[in-house]
Design a protein around this ligand. Structure first.
Ligand SMILES: *Cc1c(COP(=O)(O)O)cnc(C)c1O
Length: 229
């Protein structure tokens, strides 16, 4: 059970080393520990070991765990698929939602955030490899969404998120991370405020070093911290 602490230290060291080796400031990269299917006890261990951002995928599971651990114990990131009818739960519980991919969902988040006088931070999820099995918007839809969301009073767009296919060799994911960086540039060229494109959430246990080399500012790491699920 001391594994979590050691794993966390190792992941943090890898992030720092990778950033420095490619000329980036390690402080620009936020480590999000992905704790789906992990217990309150395991999450609490990680928090005690210094992890302050956590990612959850399933609303019901997340609400129960956040209630048990305490909302203020960490920053909570929603990284699973969000149905519009679950936005009313996600908004009060999560500091940032990484997976907005339709205007319908954005409108519902805006409505729910207004109800509790919140400005909900979000990212737009891009289906970067156009996989049938994954959620996310196309490049063109993402640019359109970014422009429209700028007009929403209770949403603060923060950037983009993607999840490329799994490859045994993380080098194979590089092209997709590069593409997300290009889409960000296209959105900026379309006149969207740079503050709304400050973050790129990309990279998981298997490929976060490559994602950092390609500009990730948030990496979502589950297995390498908490062990296999
Ligand atoms: C589960 C999950 C992760 C973490 O995956 P690992 O391979 O365990 O690091 C990251 N992002 C999303 C969206 C996930 O669903």
């Amino acid at each position: 059970m001391t594994g979590i602490k050691q794993n966390l230290t190792a992941v943090k060291e890898t992030i720092s080393k990778t950033a420095i080796d490619c000329g980036r400031d390690p402080d620009e990269i936020l480590l999000i520990g992905v704790s789906k299917k992990k217990s309150v006890q395991q999450i609490s261990q990680a928090i005690d070991a210094g992890l302050n951002s956590l990612g959850e995928n399933y609303i019901q599971e997340a609400m129960e765990k956040i209630d048990a651990i305490g909302h203020d114990a960490a920053t909570w990131h929603f990284i699973g698929h969000l149905q519009s009818n679950k936005a009313r739960f996600a908004v009060p519980y999560f500091d940032i939602i990484h997976t907005v991919d339709t205007l319908k969902l954005a409108k519902e988040i805006d409505k729910q955030a207004k109800k509790i006088s919140k400005c909900q931070h979000i990212l737009l999820q891009v289906n970067i490899a156009m996989e049938d099995t994954k959620f996310g918007a196309t490049r063109d839809q993402t640019i359109d969404l970014a422009k429209k969301i700028m007009g929403f009073e209770h949403i603060a767009l923060q950037g983009l998120m993607c999840m490329p296919p799994y490859f045994d060799d993380p080098e194979d994911a590089r092209v997709y991370f590069t593409q997300l960086t290009k889409i960000k540039a296209d959105i900026l060229a379309a006149g969207v405020d740079p503050d709304a494109m400050a973050h790129l959430s990309m990279g998981m246990s298997n490929d976060f070093t490559v994602a950092i080399q390609e500009g990730a500012t948030m990496v979502r790491v589950g297995t390498a911290i908490f062990g296999s699920r």
